[in-house]
Write a protein that binds this ligand. Structure first.
Ligand code: NI
Length: 169
C-alpha cells in the first residue's frame, strides 16, 4: 500500500495467450500460494495489467468459507445482479497484517477470458462474489480500506482475531 501502481487503472491485455502472460501467471500463483491467499491481482506484483487469479479450497484464513474454483480471469467485466450488499472481513497481501469490514455486492455476474483465451461467464454470490470484487478492485486502483464504511472496523489481524492463522491475500 502506497505504491502508485496500486492506485491506477491497469491496462487491458491484448493477447491472453502471450508468453509474458503465462510467465506472469506462474509468478502470481506462486505468490498467492505462498501467502495462503484467496486471490491476487497483477498490480500487486508490479504489473499494471488487467489480470487476476483467485480460488479457495481449504484456506486457513477462511475456515468457514465455501470453495471457489481456481480461476484465471483476464480483462474482467463485472455486472451487479441487484443492489443488495453485505459486509464481510477482508485482508490483502498489499495491506499486510490488517483486516477490515468491507461492503460488497452480494450477487454479480463476471465475464472475461482465461489463459487460453476462452470466455468465462459466471453468476455468483456470497464469498465468491466478494473475492472477485476485491481482486477486480485492484485493477481499478482501489484497495479494500478505501471501501470501509466505519474505520472502527479496521485493525490488526492479531488483535481482531487472536489465535487465528495470520496470512494475507
Ligand atoms: Ni488484495
Amino acid at each position: 500500500m502506497g505504491d502508485p501502481l496500486l492506485l491506477q487503472r491497469s491496462v487491458e491485455v491484448d493477447d491472453p495467450r502471450a508468453p509474458w502472460v503465462r510467465e506472469l501467471l506462474t509468478d502470481m500463483l506462486d505468490t498467492m500460494r505462498a501467502a495462503d491467499g484467496a486471490g491476487l491481482a497483477a498490480p500487486q506484483i508490479g504489473v499494471s495489467s488487467r489480470i487476476v487469479i483467485f480460488g479457495v479450497d481449504s484456506n486457513p484464513r477462511y475456515p468457514q468459507a465455501p470453495e471457489v474454483p481456481f480461476t484465471v480471469l483476464i480483462n474482467p467485466e463485472l455486472t451487479w445482479l441487484d443492489q443488495e450488499m453485505e459486509e464481510g472481513w477482508e485482508g490483502c497481501l498489499s495491506v499486510p497484517g490488517m483486516r477490515g469490514l468491507v461492503p460488497r455486492y452480494t450477487r454479480l455476474r463476471y465475464r472475461g477470458v482465461d489463459a487460453e483465451g476462452q470466455a468465462i461467464d459466471r453468476s455468483v454470490d456470497g464469498f465468491h462474489a466478494r473475492v472477485v470484487q476485491h481482486e477486480v478492485d485492484h485493477l481499478d486502483g482501489m484497495l479494500y480500506p478505501m471501501r470501509i464504511r466505519d474505520l472502527r472496523h479496521f485493525g490488526y489481524h492479531e488483535v481482531l482475531f487472536p489465535g487465528q492463522p495470520d496470512v494475507d491475500d
